[in-house]
Design a protein around this ligand. Structure first.
Ligand SMILES: CC(C)(COP(=O)(O)OP(=O)(O)OC[C@H]1O[C@@H](n2cnc3c(N)ncnc32)[C@H](O)[C@@H]1OP(=O)(O)O)[C@@H](O)C(=O)NCCC(=O)NCCS
Length: 201
């Protein structure tokens, strides 16, 4: 556990930078706790370091990872495999774009949530998407069975707006037999995803 200081001191000492190999054990711990035991693997993090089509930002507090955000960049030919959207005008909209930026996974340590770390990570990813000249940015936001969308405020702060909702979305995003081991509703996961996006051009 981190020593807890007052919130202002914590906020001012958070820094974000690219994830490095040494961050992976902490990133996996945060991911298991906040996104579920089967959602991301060590190879997911290893594969993103030095990738041209993906990046991962780490928020650092007192020299240790406090949260991470993984992002991907792809063309319309990969949109189906990445987003798993049902046929819809929103899907057609994505297929008309050349370069798509996806806020893929974000998680912050439970004891440091609500202090601006998610906003800092997302701002840092937005700057990177802008410098990489993407046409659209999007996220499939986890909407819990109780109706909560944890990332709603952070995404809306970045200018993204909600579109279609896809029920039982997360089971198809993991390899686990029996479906996704959700930290809120267990296995199989009964939560949905809401597509958020913003056209950049
Ligand atoms: C979503 C998450 C990454 C946001 O990170 P964070 O560091 O808590 O974000 P911030 O402190 O920048 O908070 C942004 C706002 O969202 C709000 N928020 C965060 N979690 C919330 C929740 N569960 N319900 C409602 N609002 C929430 C905060 O209150 C804050 O509002 P404020 O700035 O007006 O006070 C973090 O809560 C988390 O890891 N959640 C579990 C995993 C998850 O849901 N990941 C997203 C999957 S799409």
């Amino acid at each position: 556990m981190f020593d807890m200081e007052n919130n202002m001191d914590i906020r001012s000492s958070i820094r974000s930078r690219d994830l490095i190999k040494e961050d992976i054990p902490d990133a996996l711990e945060v991911s298991r706790e906040e996104l579920g035991s089967d959602y991301l693997t060590e190879n997911d993090f290893l594969g993103i370091i030095n990738s041209d089509s993906a990046f991962c930002k780490a928020a650092i507090y007192k020299g240790r990872l406090a949260g991470f955000e993984m992002c991907r960049i792809f063309g319309p030919e990969q949109a189906d495999g990445m987003l798993h959207l049902p046929d819809s005008p929103d899907k057609d909209h994505f297929l008309s774009k050349k370069k798509i930026g996806l806020f893929d996974s974000v998680a912050v340590r439970r004891d440091l949530q609500g202090l601006g770390i998610g906003t800092e990570l997302e701002s840092s990813c937005l700057r990177e998407f802008t410098s990489r000249d993407v046409d659209i940015i999007c996220a499939m936001a986890w909407k819990s069975v109780d109706g909560t969308i944890n990332a709603k405020k952070v995404l809306e702060r970045m200018g993204l707006t909600p579109h279609i909702e896809v029920p039982n979305y997360w089971n198809q995003m993991v390899d686990s037999p029996g479906g996704h081991d959700c930290p809120v509703c267990g296995r199989p996961c009964k939560c949905s995803a809401v597509l958020y996006y913003k056209d950049m051009k």
